[in-house]
Design a protein around this ligand. Structure first.
Ligand SMILES: [Zn+2]
Length: 590
C-alpha cells in the first residue's frame, strides 16, 4: 500500500528497506554514538533512494566496495533532512557509516545521579513518533517494516538491551558487546534500546522484568499479573506472535507512561506505587502487541487506530481481571481526562478530531489523550450497538486480515463498512472521526463507586465536610475522580483539609499528586510549594507533569518561579518534555 506519509521523505515509488544489520558504539563520556548500518532493499534500485535523517552526521555510504554519492537536503524543523543516495544500477544492498551528536532526539542520556541506583549512567531510546531518524537513516514511516540484527557496544559493566531477541554477549577490551535479532518485521518507530545497570526477574516462562537493582523487587511485585493479562489478551485477539513479552523499567523522566516496543515494553518507574493502582499500564502496552505493533497505523494522522483500539483492549483485559465496576470507574476518569485536553485545545479544535491533516504539524505538539479516549469511546459505542459477541468476531477477523500490515483510517472504515455495516446505522462514526468535540451519542457511564464520589465531592464543595472515615474502602481511582470533581479553585483552608484527609504527603501515585498539587497551586495554598517543587524536579510522565507545570506558570503567586524552576529541573527532563515546557513558558509570556 502506498498512502503517503506527511512526516516522511520516503518516496513510495522507490524500493523499501526490508532488513538492516546494525552496529552501534555508545560513548558515555561524550554522549556520542557511532553507527554502521547495512541495508537490504525489497527490490533492486537503479536510481535515487530517499531516507529520513535528523542531525545525523553521514561519514560514508557504499555498496560493496563502491562509494555511493549522497546529499543531504535542507533541514526542516519537524522532518529533519532528506538523505538522497544515488545508486549504481541493480543496487539492493548498501551500507552507511554515521555519527550521532549528544543531542540525538531519540536518546536520553542520564548521569549516575539521575538513576535509581546512583552508581552508573543510563541511556534509552524513544523513537515514536518520528525520532528513529535521529538514530539511523531510515524510511521513518509506520508504512514500512523491516527485520534487523544489531550489536551494541557499551562500556563495562553496563548492560545493553533491545526490543528484540537477545543473541548472546561477549567482550571487546573494556566494552561489552550485546547482540540481538528481530525476526518479525517492525516499523522504525518500534526500534528500541537501553543501556544501564540492569538486572532481571522472571515472572513466567515468557515474561521477564528488567530494572535497575534497587527497583527490581518492587517492579516484579507491581507487575506480577503480566502473564495473566497476556493470556486474556490472547483470548480477545488471537495468539501472541512476538515470542516473549518482557518489561523494562525506565527512569521517571521517561516522557510517557509506557512505550510498546515489541517484546520489551518500556515502562515508567513512576508507576511503581506499591499498590498495583496502575497495572492497567501493562494491560495497555501488551495489547499493543496486536493493535499497533501487528496492525499498524499507516501514518501519524491515523494514530487513533493504534491508541483507540489498544485502550479498548486495555479496558477489556481490566474488566476480566478486576470486574465491571473497575472499568466503569476508569471510563469516567478517562472521560474527564479527555475533556481536560479539549479545554487545552480550545484554540485548535481540529486537534480533538480523531483524524485531521498533519502536513506541517509536529506530532509532539498534538500529542494528547484524544486518540486514546475518544477512540476508546467510539469503539465502546460500536460494541454496544452491535453486541459484544458480534464485535468480538469482527475484532478477530480484523487482526487476522491485517497482521504485519499498516492501514489508514479510510481503509479501516472500508473494512468496517464491509464486515460490520450495521454499526453505521446506529453510530455517527464519521462524525466521531472527522469532527471536533464529543458527539452527542457518546457512551454514558454510571457506577456506584462514582456515585459515592459525587456525593462526597458535592458535600465537601458545599460545606467543607470530609473525613477519613468517608474515604475508607475507596480505590485509588475514586480519589482521582474526587479531585476531578473539584472546582477550578478552593479556599486555601479547604486545600489544607484535603491535604490531610487524602494523606497527600504519603501519596505515591503521580496522577493523584499532579491533580492535587495543581489544584492547590491554583488555589494559593502555599504550604504545598516545597512538595510541588520536589515533584517537578523529580519529573515524570509528560501529560501529568504538564498539568502541574501549567498550574505553576499560570497562578499569580507561582508565575515568577516557573522559569527558574524549569532551569533547575531541565537537565533531568527528557528532550521532548523540555521542548513542551519551553513552548508553554513562551505561551505564558515567561
Ligand atoms: Zn498506547
Amino acid at each position: 500500500m502506498t498512502a503517503s506519509d506527511p512526516h516522511s521523505y520516503r518516496d513510495p515509488a522507490q524500493p523499501s528497506i526490508r532488513h538492516i544489520e546494525f552496529d552501534f558504539t555508545f560513548d558515555f563520556r561524550n554522549r556520542t554514538t557511532h553507527g554502521r548500518a547495512r541495508y537490504s532493499l525489497d527490490r533492486p534500485s537503479d536510481g535515487r533512494l530517499f531516507l529520513d535523517t535528523h542531525a545525523i552526521q553521514i561519514r560514508r555510504a557504499q555498496t560493496g566496495e563502491t562509494p555511493v554519492p549522497w546529499s543531504l537536503g535542507e533541514a526542516d524543523p519537524i522532518l529533519g533532512q532528506r538523505l538522497a543516495l544515488q545508486f549504481p544500477p541493480g543496487t539492493a544492498e548498501f551500507e552507511i557509516d554515521f555519527q550521532l551528536p549528544p543531542t540525538a532526539r531519540a536518546l536520553q542520556w542520564m548521569d549516575a545521579s539521575q538513576t535509581a541506583g546512583g552508581r552508573h549512567p543510563f541511556m534509552y531510546s524513544q523513537c515514536q513518533a518520528i525520532h528513529a531518524r535521529s538514530l539511523f537513516p531510515c524510511q521513518d514511516t509506520p508504512a514500512v517494516r523491516f527485520t534487523y540484527r544489531a550489536r551494541l557496544h557499551v562500556p563495562k559493566p553496563l548492560v545493553g538491551l533491545m526490543a528484540a531477541a537477545p543473541e548472546g554477549q561477549s567482550t571487546q577490551g573494556d566494552l561489552g558487546v550485546f547482540s540481538f535479532h528481530m525476526p518479525q518485521p517492525i516499523p522504525s518507530y518500534l526500534f528500541g534500546l537501553a543501556v544501564g545497570d540492569l538486572t532481571w526477574r522472571d515472572i513466567s516462562a515468557r515474561c521477564r522484568i528488567y530494572a535497575e537493582p534497587p527497583l527490581i523487587e518492587a517492579a516484579a511485585w507491581e507487575f506480577a499479573e503480566t502473564e495473566q493479562m497476556l493470556q486474556i489478551a490472547e483470548g480477545l485477539y488471537g495468539p501472541y506472535l512476538w515470542d516473549r513479552y518482557d518489561l523494562l523499567m525506565l527512569p521517571r523522566s521517561f516522557p510517557y507512561g509506557g512505550m510498546e516496543n515489541p517484546r520489551l515494553t518500556f515502562a515508567n518507574a513512576i508507576f511503581l506505587t506499591g499498590d498495583r493502582a496502575d497495572t492497567s499500564l501493562v494491560a495497555h502496552e501488551l495489547a499493543h502487541s496486536w493493535t499497533g505493533n501487528l496492525v499498524t497505523n499507516a501514518s501519524w494522522e491515523d494514530f487513533w487506530l493504534n491508541e483507540g483500539w489498544t485502550t479498548y483492549a486495555e479496558f477489556r483485559i481490566c474488566e476480566r481481571l478486576y470486574g465491571r465496576e473497575y472499568v466503569e470507574l476508569a471510563a469516567v476518569r478517562d472521560r474527564n481526562l479527555l475533556f481536560e485536553d479539549y479545554e487545552r485545545f480550545r484554540p485548535t479544535p481540529q486537534y480533538t478530531q480523531l483524524k485531521f491533516p498533519m502536513q506541517g504539524v509536529d506530532p509532539e505538539e498534538t500529542f494528547s489523550r484524544v486518540p486514546y479516549y475518544k477512540g476508546l469511546f467510539l469503539l465502546m459505542l460500536i460494541e454496544q450497538s452491535v453486541g459484544r459477541e458480534t464485535f468480538d468476531a469482527f475484532i478477530h477477523g480484523y487482526i487476522l486480515d491485517h497482521a504485519f500490515r499498516s492501514l489508514t483510517t479510510e481503509q479501516f472504515l472500508d473494512y468496517l463498512r464491509h464486515n460490520l455495516p450495521q454499526a453505521f446505522d446506529r453510530v455517527a462514526i464519521e462524525e466521531w472521526i472527522y469532527q471536533p468535540g464529543y458527539p452527542a451519542d457518546g457512551p454514558v457511564f454510571r457506577s456506584r463507586a462514582f456515585e459515592a464520589v459525587e456525593v462526597a465531592a458535592a458535600a465537601f464543595i458545599a460545606d467543607g465536610r470530609l473525613t477519613q472515615a468517608q474515604l475508607a474502602g475507596w480505590s485509588p481511582d475514586q480519589i482521582v475522580l474526587f479531585l476531578q470533581q473539584m472546582p477550578e479553585t478552593l479556599p486555601p483552608a479547604a486545600c489544607r483539609q484535603l491535604d490531610r484527609v487524602l494523606d497527600m504527603p504519603h501519596c505515591q501515585r503521580f496522577v493523584t499528586q499532579s491533580l492535587f498539587y495543581s489544584l492547590a497551586i491554583r488555589s494559593g495554598y502555599r504550604a504545598v510549594w516545597p512538595r510541588a517543587e520536589a515533584l517537578l524536579l523529580a519529573s515524570g510522565s509528560r501529560l501529568s507533569l504538564m498539568r502541574l507545570f501549567r498550574a505553576v506558570a499560570q497562578a499569580p503567586w507561582t508565575r515568577s518561579k516557573a522559569r527558574a524552576l524549569y532551569e533547575r529541573a531541565r537537565r533531568g527532563y527528557h528532550p521532548l518534555t523540555q521542548q513542551e515546557i519551553e513552548r508553554l513558558l513562551v505561551e505564558e509570556g515567561l
